[in-house]
Design a protein around this ligand. Structure first.
Ligand code: GRF
Length: 221
C-alpha cells in the first residue's frame, strides 16, 4: 500500500463517480487507495457505496459549523490525518475556501459535466441544451478559487441529439465522467501531470488522432 496514491474523496450526493473510482481500483486499472470519504450531507447515497466497500467515511454536515472557514478547517484536519496525496471532488456541492486550497496546493481536482470553460456552475446539461450547442461533455480540472475555472486535465466530448432531454444528455455525459475521472487520477498516480500556468500536459500521452467531428454529420463535404 506504501506506493499507492492516497485519495480523499469529497461527496454530497449519489456518488456514481466515487463508485467508478472504487470499481477501477478493485479491477486493478487504477493504482490508488481511498483513505477517506467525506460527505457534507448525512443522507448522501455515496456513503452507502463507500461503506459497502469497507472505506472509512466521515460525515461533516456543513450546517453544524459556524461558518465556511470552520467547516473547511475540520475537513483539512480529517484529510491530513488520513495523509491523503490527492483530494478528489466527486459531486461535492460546496465551494472551497482559499485556506483549503492552500493546504493542498495543486492537489485538489473536480469533475464537471460540461466542456469548460463553457457552462460553469450548476444545471449545466440543461444550459447546454437550451443554448443549442451541438456538443457537450465533461471536464476534470484542478480546483482554484474560481467556480470551475482551474487548469484542465482531461475532457470528453459527446454529441447532443435533437431529441435529447436533460436526463438523456446527463446520462450520456455521466458515462464518460466515469471513464475520464479514473484516468485523470491514474495520470496522477503515474506522476505524469505537468502544470505550467494554466496549461496541463500529460507526459508521454498518446496524441489524439481524430481530426474533427461534425454534428450534424457532413453529407459529402
Ligand atoms: C456529476 O455529474 C458531476 O460531474 C457533478 O455532479 C454530478 C455528481 O454525480 N459535479 P455523482 O454524485 O458522482 O453521481
Amino acid at each position: 500500500m506504501a506506493d499507492l496514491l492516497k485519495l480523499g474523496v469529497l461527496i454530497s450526493g449519489s456518488g456514481s463517480n466515487l463508485q467508478s473510482i472504487i470499481n477501477h481500483i478493485e479491477n486493478g486499472s487504477l493504482k490508488a487507495v481511498i483513505k477517506i470519504v467525506i460527505s457534507n450531507t448525512p443522507d448522501a447515497f455515496g456513503i452507502e457505496r463507500a461503506k459497502k466497500h469497507g472505506i472509512e467515511v466521515k460525515i461533516l454536515n456543513h450546517q453544524d459549523f459556524k461558518n465556511r472557514d470552520a467547516f473547511d478547517t475540520e475537513m483539512i484536519r480529517v484529510l491530513r490525518e488520513a495523509e491523503v496525496d490527492l483530494v478528489v471532488l466527486a459531486g461535492f456541492m460546496r465551494l472551497l475556501t482559499p485556506a483549503f486550497l492552500q493546504s493542498f496546493p495543486q492537489k485538489v481536482i473536480n469533475i464537471h459535466p460540461a466542456l469548460l470553460p463553457s457552462f460553469p456552475g450548476i444545471h449545466v446539461q440543461k444550459k447546454a441544451l437550451d443554448y443549442g450547442v451541438k456538443f457537450s461533455g465533461c471536464t476534470v480540472h484542478f480546483v482554484d478559487e474560481g467556480v470551475d475555472t482551474g487548469p484542465i486535465i482531461i475532457q470528453a466530448v459527446v454529441p447532443i441529439q435533437d431529441d435529447d432531454t436533460e436526463e438523456i444528455l446527463a446520462a450520456r455525459i455521466l458515462k464518460e465522467e466515469h471513464r475520464i475521472y479514473p484516468q485523470a487520477i491514474q495520470f496522477f498516480s503515474e506522476g505524469r501531470i505537468d502544470i505550467t500556468g494554466r496549461k496541463v500536459r500529460i507526459k508521454t500521452a498518446k496524441s489524439i488522432t481524430v481530426q474533427a467531428v461534425h454534428n450534424p454529420p457532413l453529407n459529402g463535404f
